[in-house]
Design a protein around this ligand. Structure first.
Ligand SMILES: Cc1cc2nc3c(=O)[nH]c(=O)nc-3n(C[C@H](O)[C@H](O)[C@H](O)COP(=O)(O)OP(=O)(O)OC[C@H]3O[C@@H](n4cnc5c(N)ncnc54)[C@H](O)[C@@H]3O)c2cc1C
Length: 538
């Protein structure tokens, strides 16, 4: 067995682990930091693939994390740091009828959804950011499934279907698979229902990253130094003693260090053997985070045929391909930053389990055909990834917590276990489950470690301004106003958030009547770079 000594071992080379390692070595070049990654690649739940594109090249498309927005300061920080552009090709069309089946929804359903939103908003206000379990409504909401709450508070079947489908798109889980408290906490941490739901400016679903998100991981890798990141090294054992910690991998590597940062999903952290053993409640918490089923697909085309459906333009196309029960949750325009047309979407929740992976491409295309016609078969390349089968990731987007366990979340998930510190998006205090949360948790865990190893550099275990909530939003000048219920509906039907995402093509005059959004050069002139604001963190 190979044996090395270092100061800090970071387990996991996703956004979170790489950010932690980067921050440690930035703060003190003398610190010996080693990253151990189980897979043969870095990036974790970010993965950018090169696919055949309309302009004859291989263009970049995200098959993992994709959407970012200005209310996400930690993501903003990294994008700026590495000079990576995020683009917002959307100008919300004034007339959206073609995009979504908004008009097919009855006024009763809209009213029903509206009153639910109002109730959720007032409940969210009662959740304390610091210490969820101390919130006045914590116990009550922890005992309830989101689906039970919906049953009690929605009276139209159609509204229930809308929330069910939207939930699957956002969480990749059905409302019956998560507690109400978890749902409320998640919404709260994303800055409230409005920021969370509406894929508009100054929300988490605002932009995509030109050239793909995974490049951020490669930039971080360069800063850390390739020689300090070991691939194919799944950590299996961590033995702590008075002298330090011994980290052992399944590939015969052993590292002796002072501190460990676990930047891996909770259920994988639960799979590691700890000496002395981790307290049962803590391990139980890590294990109580079930896997979500999620397949993401990207299909590239020569032409954005969906923009011309029924002779009408369809900017920012997105759709839920069927009602709850469909194996496909959402499909949206994923035209690249270079203007190469593509569709992307998700097969989400347990209904996806029913479709045979081998036939999935056919099933997906058939469903798209129903909405967009047979042109969908004239594709350049089809790419899919079943994240529930991806080794060392498990289900995605995130893990939900079942009733009875939410009260542990989040404080307990991120509390250090002697020399072991916990990062990973699930431990974030802002944008938990998102890429921003991954980055924030990396900064936070690194700060904790610096406090112990370099008290002269960091005098408090609490993160500096880079990680504080008050820096969370790069605010819109007038603030986010309450959105009318039609916006919620817009979201509900076409789906949203960050994860499902709306995709938009500007409706500038260049694209008006008779224009063709598919020409790459025209498109590129119309995309807007939105992360151009001056640095707001040092
Ligand atoms: C399809 C999809 C779409 C998404 N869309 C969005 C989006 O639009 N916007 C957004 O903000 N977020 C999105 N997300 C979520 C986002 O990608 C994640 O929140 C984020 O990337 C998580 O980063 P992380 O570093 O915390 O964890 P991970 O990326 O999971 O990194 C953990 C790493 O640890 C490694 N590992 C695990 N176990 C071990 C072990 N025992 N030893 C060593 N290494 C180990 C894994 O291989 C992995 O590389 C999406 C996710 C998916 C899957």
């Amino acid at each position: 067995m190979e044996s090395f000594e270092c100061d800090v071992v970071v387990v996991g080379a996703g956004l979170s682990g790489l950010t932690a390692a980067y921050y440690l070595s930035k703060k003190d070049r003398g610190l010996r930091v080693v990253v151990l990654e189980a897979k043969d690649r870095i990036g974790g739940r970010t993965l950018t693939r090169q696919l055949s594109a309309a302009d004859g090249t291989k263009d970049f498309f995200d098959i993992g994390g994709e959407w970012v927005g200005r209310p996400q300061p930690h993501m903003h920080y990294l994008l700026q740091k590495f000079g990576v552009n995020a683009f917002n090709p959307r100008t919300p069309p004034q007339n959206n009828e073609d995009n979504l089946k908004r008009n097919e929804t009855s006024w009763q359903t809209r009213l029903d959804l509206h009153q639910l939103i109002w109730k959720v908003k007032s409940l969210t206000k009662k959740i304390l950011s610091e210490g969820v379990k101390n919130s006045p409504i914590a116990l009550e909401c922890d005992a309830l499934l989101l689906s039970s709450y919906m049953e009690e508070n929605l009276w139209t079947q159609e509204a229930k279907k809308v929330v069910d489908a939207a939930c699957k798109c956002m969480f990749s889980l059905a409302p019956s698979e998560m507690s109400l408290l978890y749902f409320l906490m998640y919404v709260k941490e994303a800055g409230g229902l409005d920021t969370f739901l509406h894929p508009e400016e100054y929300t988490g679903g605002e932009c995509r990253v030109k050239g793909g998100v995974q490049q951020l991981c490669h930039h971080l890798l360069q800063k850390i130094g390739k020689n300090f990141v070991y691939l194919k090294q799944p950590v299996t054992d961590i033995i702590q003693s008075i002298e330090g910690a011994r980290v052992v991998t399944g590939n015969q590597m052993q590292l002796l260090c002072q501190r460990v940062i676990m930047a891996i999903p909770p259920h994988h952290a639960a799979g590691i053997s700890y000496q002395p053993p981790m307290p049962q409640t803590r391990r139980g918490l890590l294990q109580s985070v079930p896997l979500a089923f999620l397949v993401k697909f990207v299909i590239t085309y020569d032409e954005a045929f969906w923009s011309q459906k029924n002779g009408k333009r369809q900017y920012g196309f997105q759709a839920i391909l069927s009602n709850a029960g469909s194996p496909v949750g959402v499909v949206y325009d994923a035209t690249s930053g270079r203007g190469n047309p593509a569709l992307a979407g998700f097969v989400s929740s347990s209904v996806g389990d029913d479709s045979d992976p081998k036939n999935r491409k056919g099933v997906i295309l058939k469903l798209i055909e129903r909405h967009l016609g047979p042109d969908c078969y004239r594709l350049l390349e089809f790419s899919q990834l079943d994240w529930s089968q991806e080794p060392y990731n498990g289900g995605c987007f995130l893990k939900a917590i079942m009733p009875g366990t939410s009260s542990y979340f989040n404080n307990e998930l991120r509390e250090p276990f002697d020399r072991i510190h916990f990062a990973g998006t699930e431990t974030a205090t802002v944008w938990c489950g998102y890429m921003n949360g991954a980055i924030q948790s990396g900064f936070r865990a690194a700060t904790e470690v610096l406090y112990h190893l370099r008290p002269l550099i960091v005098s408090s275990p609490y993160p500096d301004s880079l990680c504080l909530e008050k820096d969370r939003t790069l605010k819109k000048k007038n603030g986010n106003k309450d959105q009318p219920y039609s916006k919620w509906l817009f979201w509900g039907l076409g789906c949203v958030g960050l994860l499902s995402a709306v995709y938009l093509i500007t409706k500038s005059s260049r694209f008006s009547e008779g224009g063709n959004m598919t020409h790459p050069s025209t498109f590129v002139k119309n995309i807007r770079l939105v992360f151009e604001a001056p640095n707001f963190v040092n």
